[in-house]
Design a binder for this molecule. Structure first.
Ligand code: SAM
Length: 279
């Protein structure tokens, strides 16, 4: 079955002269079956508003709309993509709004109505920066219910990493403290035009109603940043300066002061953050 009646993305790109620009991290997905699959990974879209960041020529946008999103609000930095996106808006009357701009400078979430899902295939550095922002709003639960985001495979692994692995660090703690995070799809470089140098993966994050374990977000962030900043050092050395009795607090949190950050499960980081905040 055709996903929509719009022309193939290769034609759209040729007609609008959308040659990929490296500076904007442009690696496009042109297979509409694949973009529909990514849209389905975002969960049930019927009745949901979707914020899409970096729609480019609109492959994922078309997937999200075809999969039944109530409304898609898309932010795209490259003005050359606007005519292609306008054609999609015309094919889905009243359901696609496009904002031209930088997603790092505009936050249009307040224009959407819950349930809100966020979906994006973004350049790696922009995606990580936005992920951290979406994971650290002023209040929790956040306005969004899920994030479905494409990352370099190596970054995706850092988001879902378990303690004891090399990939385990701040990103894992931050993401897993407040969400259920899973890799739902792996994509080889050849899935993109032009192909990037490395493989990619889609991570789906579902906001938990409350963080997994109690802790003050700022204190937890401070503890985890310091612990992983010198990840090869024993925690009693890495956390020096955080608290005058840090060794005692580590023991009280059930952490051997000779352990390294890489070994410490989220629950113990939260216990330590509570003790640091209380004393
Ligand atoms: N979503 C499209 C797809 O899957 O084919 C395009 C993906 S391409 C990897 C990334 C897109 O994000 C490009 O269209 C690029 O212009 C856009 N982009 C890059 N930085 C951006 C930013 N800061 N804000 C908004 N869009 C940005």
């Amino acid at each position: 079955m055709a996903i929509d009646d719009l022309p193939p993305l290769r034609d759209v790109i040729a007609r609008h002269n959308l040659s990929a620009r490296k500076a904007l991290g442009q690696n496009f997905l042109l297979d509409l079956n694949l973009t529909a699959k990514i849209a389905r990974a975002a969960g049930d879209l019927a009745g949901a508003d979707v914020l899409e960041v970096g729609p480019g020529p609109g492959g994922l946008t078309r997937g999200l709309l075809a999969e039944g999103a109530r409304r898609v609000l898309a932010i795209e930095k490259d003005p050359r993509c606007q005519p292609a996106l306008a054609e999609i808006a015309e094919a889905y009357p009243g359901r696609l709004q496009v904002i031209e701009g930088d997603a790092l400078e505009i936050d249009p979430l307040e224009h959407l109505s819950p349930p809100i899902k966020i979906a994006a295939n973004l350049p790696y550095n922009v995606g990580t920066e936005l992920l951290v922002r979406w994971l650290t709003p002023k209040v929790w639960p956040p306005v969004w219910s899920t994030l479905t985001l494409m990352f370099q495979r190596e970054v995706a692994e850092r988001i879902v990493a378990a303690p004891g692995s090399k990939a385990y660090g701040r990103l894992a703690v931050l993401a897993q403290w407040r969400t259920d995070a899973r890799i739902v799809m792996s994509l080889p470089p050849g899935a993109f035009t032009p192909p990037p140098k490395v493989s990619s993966a889609v991570v789906h994050l579902t906001a938990l109603p409350e963080p997994r374990y109690p802790a003050d977000p700022k204190v937890l962030e401070r503890v985890v940043a310091k612990a992983f900043n010198q990840r090869r050092k024993m925690l009693r050395a890495a956390l020096k300066g955080l608290h005058p009795q840090i060794e005692d607090l580590l023991v009280e949190a059930g952490i051997a002061p000779t352990e390294r950050a890489e070994q410490i499960p989220l629950e113990q980081f939260c216990a330590l953050a509570r003790l640091v905040a209380a004393r």
